[in-house]
Every structure is written in structure tokens, then in C-alpha cells.
Design a protein around this ligand. Structure first.
Ligand code: CA
Ligand code: CA
Length: 281
């Protein structure tokens, strides 16, 4: 029996276009309660009045010395601090400190960046009045860097008749926007490798790209670019990029994700796209 002639055009080309709706995410406002304790000067006891009592949503519903709020150890005579972390890094523009005892005691606020450096965003007189829980709201110009935590400075001499206590802390800001708009992202078998090509329609504040590869779409991705692929586009002009991955085997399937990075170090992933390498002929 005669075998049919082997087809020469056996190259499987997989184009997976990922559309703008997925790739274009704008910055969103985020208001979030503190989720972890980074540090504190003192705490009155544990777990009652501990630093953890300032995490999560408010749960101290009345004014007074109540164990569901953080209290520093000394009632008076010290300068104290409480440093809290938040789930989502944001370009921060404010904080709300819920004071539930000795109100009016905050004298300084710092925010913490990705490198763990502290930036003072406010100093002054806290106008919160005693007698009822008070939300001390502080606003500042949005930080250019992402904020991971807040340090609150407390003067225990503010009310000589009681402790100064914090029930909850909410950070306000916007999350990192996707500043790169993609037109296409493809992976195509080419020679002995895979050619990954992408095109942008605009790039704002983009430093460049890295490529990540996996053998499965939901698998573990490894970075395959040893150096960042430098950005070439701008806010008004996109650019075209190509990268050849030669470290692939015949007959196998590969998945790729594209990562863009902005000047603050924030990254966004695009894809995945996949390519199947033809069997050797
Ligand atoms: Ca006091
Ligand atoms: Ca609390």
C-alpha cells in the first residue's frame, strides 16, 4: 500500500492574541485595613491591647480603655510607635486612624516603600476629640512609589488621665496601573526555536520586558531573559519587539508570559501564549 506523501508544511503555528481588555488595567482606588504588624514600641499585654488589636476592621465600638485596641505599655511619659502592613501595595494618598481612647495623640506618620525605607508624610497636631471613637483622616499628595506599610507615632502624654489607643488603621491609595497597552503577543515555532513577538500601542513609564516560560499553561514559569529587553515605545507611540527562545525541544509545547516593568519596579504579566515545536523530520 502506498503511503501518502508526507506533508512538508507541518509547522504548527499557534497564534493566541490577547485582547486589550485583559491587558489594559487602569489604576483602581484601594481602601484597605491593616493586615499585619511590622513593629511596635510597646504593647500593654497580649493578646488583649496588643499590636494585633489594630488589625482588620474596627471592632472597638465605644470610647474608653478597651482591649480590642492597641495600647502602649505606659499610660503616660513616653513616645511610642505602631507600624502596620497592608495586603496591596499602593501609591498612597492618605490614612484613617481610628482612635478610641485618649484621642488626639498622633504627632507623625511615615510610610514604608518597597525597600523598607521610611518617608514622613505628615507631622502636626491631631485634632481628634475624646469622648467617642474618632477617625483621624490624614491626606497627602499621592506617593510616586508604592507603599507597603505605615508607621504611626504616638505621644502618651496627650491625655494624662488614660492610655492612648488605636482600634484600626485604613490606608488609602491606588494600586499600580498597567501602563503598557499591548496590541499583540504571539509565539511561533521558527527554525530550532520559538519566536516570541509582541507589539505595544503605548508605553508610559515602562522600563522594559522580561519573558517567562513554562511547559504547562498553569505551571511554574522560569524567566528566560537574562537581561531586561529595553523599552522602546512611549506614551504616544508603541513599538515592536521580538525574542527568539532556542532552548526548546522538538515535539514539545511551551507557554510564554510577558512581564513589563515600570520605573517604580511594579510589574504586570501578559499572556500566556503557546507554541508547539514540530517533531524532527
Ligand atoms: Ca496618656
Ligand atoms: Ca481593633
Amino acid at each position: 500500500m502506498k503511503k501518502p506523501a508526507k506533508k512538508l508544511c507541518a509547522v504548527t503555528v499557534t497564534f493566541l492574541f490577547v485582547f486589550g481588555t485583559i491587558l489594559t488595567a487602569r489604576a483602581a482606588d484601594v481602601d484597605q485595613w491593616a493586615s499585619n504588624v511590622i513593629g511596635f514600641s510597646t504593647e500593654w499585654s497580649r493578646p488583649a491591647w496588643s499590636a494585633e488589636q489594630a488589625l482588620g476592621e474596627p471592632n472597638t465600638l465605644h470610647y474608653g480603655d478597651i482591649s480590642t485596641a492597641w495600647a502602649p505599655s505606659p499610660q503616660n511619659g513616653s513616645l511610642e510607635y505602631l507600624t502596620l502592613g497592608f495586603p496591596v501595595p499602593v501609591h498612597a494618598d492618605g490614612v484613617t486612624i481610628r482612635e478610641t481612647c485618649g484621642n488626639g495623640f498622633v504627632y507623625r506618620i511615615d510610610v514604608i516603600d518597597a525597600d523598607g525605607a521610611y518617608h514622613t508624610v505628615w507631622t502636626g497636631a491631631d485634632p481628634s476629640l475624646p469622648g467617642a471613637p474618632a477617625d483621624f483622616e490624614v491626606a497627602w499628595t499621592e506617593t510616586s512609589f508604592l507603599v507597603y506599610g505605615v508607621k504611626i507615632y504616638v505621644d502618651t502624654n496627650h491625655d494624662m488621665g488614660t492610655w492612648e489607643e488605636i482600634d484600626a488603621v485604613q490606608l488609602h491609595g491606588s494600586d499600580s496601573p498597567t501602563l503598557v497597552e499591548m496590541a499583540s503577543l504571539t509565539a511561533t515555532p521558527s527554525g530550532n526555536g520559538v519566536l516570541i513577538e509582541w507589539q505595544t500601542t503605548s508605553e508610559i513609564d515602562n522600563v522594559g520586558f522580561h519573558l517567562w516560560r513554562s511547559r504547562a499553561g498553569n505551571g511554574k514559569y522560569k524567566r528566560i531573559t537574562s537581561q531586561i529587553v529595553p523599552a522602546q515605545g512611549s506614551a504616544v507611540m508603541g513599538s515592536f519587539y521580538a525574542f527568539e527562545d532556542e532552548n526548546v525541544l522538538p515535539g514539545k509545547r511551551y507557554f510564554y508570559k510577558l512581564e513589563d516593568m515600570d520605573s517604580s519596579g511594579a510589574t504586570t504579566l501578559h499572556g500566556p501564549v503557546k507554541a508547539r515545536i514540530p517533531n524532527e523530520r
